[in-house]
Design a protein around this ligand. Structure first.
Ligand SMILES: NC(=O)c1ccc[n+]([C@@H]2O[C@H](COP(=O)([O-])OP(=O)(O)OC[C@H]3O[C@@H](n4cnc5c(N)ncnc54)[C@H](O)[C@@H]3O)[C@@H](O)[C@H]2O)c1
Ligand SMILES: [Zn+2]
Length: 363
């Protein structure tokens, strides 16, 4: 029996959609079907997730015309070649313009499925069934979809919202510890941006989350989705406020790229990146030492690094500058004026950044 623990809505006018959070939602055929307007359903998943959950989802959808595409696992396959396999399967099976795609997996599967749904026959229905913590609190909500290009991450994509998001927290039971911690980085991020009460809750409940206690997980996921949904509803296409969601990410992307993809998980780099944003804010006199210490200890308690790897300051700076948050040659950063008070700004002395990076990364 499935158990619904929470539900919320992403408010985007006629493109609004529900997010369901609960246990065994993967088996809840009735709820799933209520958001699938077609008989043709293509489940997109990967070779790690398929043996764990594909059969259950197919069973829940029994009676519909269900097919599946099992992609290779990994960020290195989030590309146009692999995307083509989805189009191949849809065309071979003669799926029409009314069909539905279902993303079953982490953020890689979700981003690719969403982009396939945005582009196949100029747009078909799609639902998200995220199975990593990162996907449950971040990538499955908000409608950013896409693939990587050899010259840049997420460079080919579209804004395209799903019809519903089904978060089955029991799927986290098989997630490796390291991936769980990576997802917690994004959870902490929401507290830091504009939800100090949630940040304090996380300080109390981090151990329960790492033990995967269902009630704690459900609460953290609900609060994260609500925080993200609010920002997305205000600024769907990142004209302004949505950029706050990049807290820790400009530093983080520099770490990810500088170390080579796969060395550091995205969430690990974001964990260290948020601590860097905090320490830089402190250096600018915007954030007190006590707040920095609280941030560092919460990130550490999540099982994440608080310090960047050794990278020369010059290289770090160059990597930060290629991040797509640079506008008109000015590097904009998300910095902190307090816990729960993030700001997007280019108003800082750029030479301070260089000095900071020299102190941080030992370059
Ligand atoms: N669209 C957005 O707004 C957005 C936001 C953040 C991140 N992203 C994207 O998300 C991707 C990262 O997502 P991710 O961290 O979920 O990585 P991922 O999809 O690669 O999943 C991590 C690993 O966990 C495995 N896995 C998935 N579910 C599992 C389960 N229940 N049990 C065991 N193993 C499982 C996957 O096969 C993979 O090996 C990146 O490509 C990033 O660009 C998108
Ligand atoms: Zn992220």
């Amino acid at each position: 029996m499935s158990q619904l623990m929470a539900s919320l809505e992403v408010a985007l006018g006629e493109r609004s959609y529900p997010i369901y959070i609960g246990r065994h939602l993967l088996d809840d055929g009735q709820r799933l079907r209520a958001h699938i307007p077609s008989s043709q359903v293509m489940v997109i998943t990967n070779e790690v997730v398929a043996p764990l959950y594909l059969e259950r989802l197919e069973k829940a959808l029994a009676g519909l015309d269900v097919a599946a595409v099992v992609l290779p696992d990994g960020e290195q396959y989030k590309d146009l070649d692999t995307l083509n396999r989805i189009y191949d399967a849809l065309l071979e099976r003669r799926f029409d313009r009314g069909c539905t795609l279902a993303a079953l997996g982490g953020g890689v599967v979700g981003d690719m499925t969403g982009f396939a749904a945005a582009t196949y026959q100029r747009g078909v229905h799609f639902i998200q069934v995220p199975t990593t913590l990162l996907a449950q609190v971040d990538s499955s909500v908000g409608g950013k979809t896409g693939v990587n290009h050899p010259l840049g991450k997420n460079m080919i994509g579209a804004f395209y919202q799903p019809r519903a998001v089904f978060i089955d927290i029991d799927t986290l039971g098989t997630l490796p510890d390291r991936e769980l911690s990576a997802g917690l980085a994004e959870v902490i991020k929401y507290g830091l941006i504009d939800d100090p009460e949630f940040f304090a809750w996380l300080e109390e409940n981090m151990e329960a989350l790492r033990r995967r206690e269902p009630a704690a997980l459900a609460h953290a996921i609900e609060r994260s989705c609500a925080d993200k949904a609010r920002v997305v509803a205000e600024d769907e296409r990142e004209a302004g406020r949505r950029a706050l969601l990049n807290l820790g990410h400009t530093f983080g992307h520099a770490i990810e790229t500088g170390m080579g993809y796969g060395e550091w998980l995205h969430g690990e780099a974001v964990g260290a990146g948020m601590c860097m944003a905090a320490r830089f804010s402190h250096r600018l006199g915007w954030l007190d030492a006590e707040a920095v210490a609280r941030i560092e200890s919460l990130v550490a308690a999540a099982g994440l690094p608080t310090r960047p790897p050794p990278l020369a300051a010059e290289r770090f700076e160059a990597l930060m500058a290629v991040d797509k948050k640079v506008q008109q040659g000015q590097l904009r950063l998300v910095l902190l004026r307090g816990i729960g008070q993030a700001v997007v700004t280019a108003q800082f002395p750029q030479e301070q950044l260089r000095l900071f990076l020299e102190a941080e990364a030992g370059g």
